[in-house]
Design a protein. Sequence first.
Length: 271
Amino acid sequence: MTLYAVGDVQGCARTFKRLLKRISFDPDRDRLWLVGDLVNRGPASRKVLRKVIKLGDSVTCVLGNHDLHLLATAAGVRRRSRTDTFHDILDADDAADLIDWLRRRPLLHLETKQRRALVHAGIYPAWQPKEAKRYAQEVEARLSGPGWRRSLARIYGSTPDLWSPKLVGADRRRFTINALTRMRFCDASGRLDFGESGPPGSQPRRLTPWFRMPERPGRKWHIVFGHWSTLGLYRRDGVTATDTGCVWGGKLTAVPLDRKGAPIAVSYAER
């Protein structure tokens, strides 16, 4: 049995199929950790969702920011953008079933015994992983509930961008979503920056990658994430970053986590 962490698929169904074949993935034997952003920007979001659902319990998938864009669009909270390519899901006969499956995915998955975490963007530097899970569960309960559209309307936005233990209600849930699904850099005070998306070293001096923030309490955990295509494959500082830019013509990468082994990557195959 092998556990593979796979970077952002983003509607690249052919490339995803090629990667599963390359690693000889067997759902009766192996497991997949998908870092979120199953949909959008690529040409076949519906095929990706249906494939992941078919793989059943062999897959653990967390929500990414593009998955949340889809949910917000389906809920009427957000208008469809010119760059959105998930119309194939919204127009599908089984759209309601696909949306319901997606909105029940977690924001954060922990394996406490192994001290291992799966998340789309990262764990906020001031949080212990177990603390982050409590905040994530507050959001998950609302997204999976019958009033999820109304709840999403209240927690979809970019503020507040600075954590405080005094945050409550929708403000805390909104910050939680942004930290877990959109974070790359923070300033010295811990304020999230949503403007910079380049690799570490390209940002203004006032900003630091979240995983290099001093005194980060989660350093004893192994945190697996995606979201940051310009960072690429990165395996140090207690983290494994897996987004190797597939949807931008790069590669889709699987990283074995339970045993030593080199990452396995396939080239973009959607042309």
